[in-house]
Design a binder for this molecule. Structure first.
Ligand code: C2E
Ligand code: MG
Ligand code: MG
Ligand code: MG
Length: 286
């Protein structure tokens, strides 16, 4: 297209690309400083057991409280963090913060809550994550069974012995292994069997259109049925409406996460939510 329109368009693209490169360089510099100065914060999104009508835990999600840009989403800075080698530091910080927060929930009487932490592939392939997990649990006093780690399908398709060592080591401590965004990658049933997963998170792209799209419906039904037979629990991500919740309950999906129940919240707001009645669930299941 640029070629067709001639030189002007070409120059336009170049200017735009320069602006992007400058922006990117600024972000890089900012990000290094942000990690040192503690600008990265962890928010918590409730995970709900509808049958028990209770919050069973939360997913820890990192955000960047940027002095000028405001709250920056992880999708905008984690890829940069990976490239410039900051992902290990960030990952350890998130893990430590999440475990300390979960230990505080338990100390406040909310026992049995689980905190779920996202793990970048690199933390597993080069990070000795099983050792880090062990250290952080000891440091924060959180029992291993109150922690879950979420890995993506992109990790599982890589055939590296270190992955078995790290995931096996984490699981052996009693920490739950979760497969995140299930259905978006290229993992097979073989991968599901190779690692001791306890929970499968159904990607929100399937949940979004499940009431309109016949194919998504079949996929979701099948994945939930398969997970149940394998003894895995299923978390449906991205549940936004009562109608989605209602349909998923009919499929015997038991755990839910989405804006219907709550957005990711700063730690103090998440704490305030604990112990409140779950009106959204009651509206659907009575
Ligand atoms: P994820 O692990 O699949 O996390 C769920 C994402 O879906 C979160 O986006 C959450 O805010 C969003 N979400 C939850 N419910 C709804 C809903 O009902 N509707 C919509 N539209 N969105 C919903 P977020 O916080 O922007 O995180 C994006 C991704 O960034 C995460 O996807 C995860 O892959 C990654 N991430 C976040 N925090 C960390 C972290 O600490 N470490 C690593 N390695 N990755 C992280
Ligand atoms: Mg996740
Ligand atoms: Mg997910
Ligand atoms: Mg997702």
């Amino acid at each position: 297209r640029a070629k067709e329109n001639g030189r002007n368009t070409y120059q336009f693209y170049t200017a735009e690309m320069n602006a992007e490169a400058v922006n990117r360089l600024m972000l890089e510099t900012d990000l290094r400083r942000a990690v040192e100065q503690g600008e990265l914060v962890v928010h918590f999104q409730p995970v709900v057991d509808a049958a028990a009508r209770a919050v069973t835990g939360a997913e820890a999600l990192v955000r960047w409280r940027h002095p000028q840009r405001g709250l920056v989403a992880p999708g905008e800075f984690l890829p940069i963090a990976e490239e410039i080698g900051l992902i290990q530091d960030i990952g350890r910080m998130v893990l430590r913060t999440a475990c300390a927060e979960a230990a505080a929930w338990r100390a406040a009487g909310f026992e049995g809550l689980t905190v779920s932490v996202n793990i970048a592939d690199r933390q597993v392939t080069t990070g000795r994550l099983h050792v880090v997990v062990n250290e952080v649990l000891a440091e924060t006093g959180l029992p291993a069974e109150a922690l879950a780690v979420e890995v993506g399908e992109s990790l599982l398709v890589r055939d590296l012995p270190i992955i078995d060592e790290v995931l096996g080591g984490i699981s052996a401590q009693g920490v739950k292994l979760v497969i995140d965004d299930f259905g978006t990658g290229y993992s097979s049933l073989q991968h599901l069997r190779r690692f001791p997963f306890r929970t499968l998170k159904l990607d929100r792209s399937f949940v979004r259109d499940v009431l309109q799209d016949a194919e998504d419906k079949v996929l979701v039904e099948t994945v939930i049925a398969m997970a149940r037979k394998l003894g895995l629990s299923v978390v449906a991500e991205g549940v936004e409406t009562a109608a989605q919740l209602d349909w998923l309950l009919g499929q015997y999906c038991d755990l839910f996460q989405g804006f219907l129940f709550g957005r990711p919240l700063p730690p103090e707001e998440f704490r305030a939510l604990l112990g409140r009645p779950l009106r959204e669930v009651e509206a659907v299941i009575g």
